[in-house]
Write a protein that binds this ligand. Structure first.
Ligand code: DGP
Ligand code: NA
Ligand code: NA
Length: 217
């Protein structure tokens, strides 16, 4: 690494997509690639099921508890806020943070439930002020293709109708002005091809990091 690379802050890179788009595998590959290139990197995923709030979310997702739609929505958001300070700290010390799901999943999955009192706009508001990603990689795959990958599991949102609505809402969110840093990746390709498509924009983004700001309305 050059001297100027060492002084730079880390980048905040978010990976988003439907269930079974390959996010977690790609996050791990990206994490290992960056370490292999001697960059400091950290991999985190949301929901972080290890915290007390995360345990409530885990129980909800596995169908072991019922919660009001707004209530669970705010818990997911609170789970991101729990880690906001440590994300800032990692980035400040030069560590690039790779995040498996973030505010985009947060807004989209809740709005996809079709509750008339829970719009995408409402769902976005608790995210305002969280560390704003430098880059969001959207792993794009059709719900049909995703479902073929070993089938969905038993968790709450893993149904065809839910995934279809989630995809439509993801696509509508990509057009909004707070998301100008989005990069759409064809996640229907092989694991290696997807990894290659991801690495270039991430390295480019790491070169160009500027001051970090908050997510906007
Ligand atoms: P994962 O562990 O990545 O498979 O995510 C668990 C499930 O939770 C997945 O179906 C997506 C959903 N999810 C992730 N984040 C949020 C969120 O902030 N809000 C809601 N409603 N759902 C979320
Ligand atoms: Na899942
Ligand atoms: Na995943």
């Amino acid at each position: 690494l050059s001297a100027s690379d060492k002084e730079k802050r880390g980048a905040l890179v978010v990976v988003e997509g439907l269930d079974r788009a390959g996010k977690s595998s790609q996050c791990e590959l990206l994490y290992k690639s960056l370490l292999g290139m001697n960059y400091k990197a950290k991999y985190i995923r949301f929901p972080d099921r290890s915290t007390p709030i995360g345990k409530q979310i885990d129980s909800y997702l596995r169908g072991q508890s019922q919660l009001d739609d707004h209530s669970i929505h705010l818990l997911f958001s609170a789970n991101r806020w729990e880690l906001a300070q440590s994300i800032h700290e990692y980035i400040a010390n030069g560590t690039t943070v790779i995040v498996d799901r973030y505010s985009y999943s947060g807004a989209v999955y809740s709005a996809a439930k079709g509750n008339p009192n829970l719009s995408l706009h409402w769902a976005w508001q608790p995210e305002v002020g969280l560390p704003r990603p430098d880059l969001c990689l959207f792993l794009s795959i059709s719900p049909e293709e995703a479902a073929k990958r070993g089938g969905y599991g038993v968790e709450r949102y893993e149904t065809d109708s839910m995934q279809k609505r989630v995809r439509e809402l993801f696509l509508s969110l990509l057009d909004l002005p707070h998301n100008d840093e989005i990069c759409v990746i064809d996640a229907g390709q092989s694991v290696d091809e997807v990894a290659q498509d991801i690495l270039d924009p991430v390295l480019e983004c790491m070169k160009n990091v500027d001051s970090i700001g908050p997510l906007k309305k």
